[in-house]
Design a protein around this ligand. Structure first.
Ligand code: FE
Ligand code: ZN
Ligand code: FE
Length: 192
């Protein structure tokens, strides 16, 4: 998942105990910051990829409610990309995308679902399934990254990440509502 960065500075400087433990704390902070930035690059790649993937899901959705929800979330996702660019700039880092293997895998499974289902309620249910897996991955990621930002004392960055986190949760809830209301009801209805 990450290329081990950090030349850790365990260069054997023998100092007083408290100085040494201060150094160790600095090393830990530096390593956590490296991990944080690395994971931001990962989710940046994922969000950019999603702007393409969601368009594909929209194309294959039958229910208008579902395609409307996906269309809304596409716009929100574009904001997630620019919000991450703001995060990088606040941290003094270049906005750089690094392939997220997990998101690539989730999107690949989403494509398989589309290929393996007939257009209509079942494919819609599959699209919701795929989209909710994505939302849950994003919720886990942003929840943790917000905690990292707080630990690192990057409070402005933490609140930017929290905004996105809340929007991912909203998207997830909307998808649950659609699954429970229209699609399941229609699917049951068609069996009779
Ligand atoms: Fe997002
Ligand atoms: Zn990832
Ligand atoms: Fe999302």
């Amino acid at each position: 998942m990450k290329n081990t960065p950090s030349k850790s500075s365990h260069n054997g400087n023998k100092k007083h105990g408290n100085v040494k433990s201060e150094n160790r704390q600095e090393d830990t902070d530096k390593a956590l910051r490296d991990l944080f930035v690395d994971e931001l690059k990962d989710i940046y790649w994922a969000e950019k990829e999603l702007t393409k993937a969601i368009q594909k899901l929209i194309k294959h959705a039958t229910s208008e409610e579902l395609s409307d929800a996906l269309t809304d979330h596409l716009e929100v996702t574009k904001e997630h990309v620019t919000r991450l660019e703001e995060v990088f700039s606040k941290l003094g880092e270049n906005a750089q995308a690094k392939k997220c293997e997990a998101m690539a895998g989730l999107l690949k499974e989403g494509n398989e679902i589309i290929e393996e289902t007939e257009e209509g309620v079942v494919r819609d249910a599959g699209i919701i399934l795929a989209a909710q897996k994505v939302e849950h991955y994003e919720i886990a990621t942003y929840g943790t990254l917000r905690a990292f930002a707080n630990t690192l004392g990057e409070n402005e960055v933490a609140s930017l990440l929290e905004e996105t986190l809340n929007e991912e949760k909203e998207a997830d809830e909307t998808l649950s509502e659609i699954a429970e209301s229209s699609i399941n009801v229609e699917a049951v209805g068609e069996e009779h």
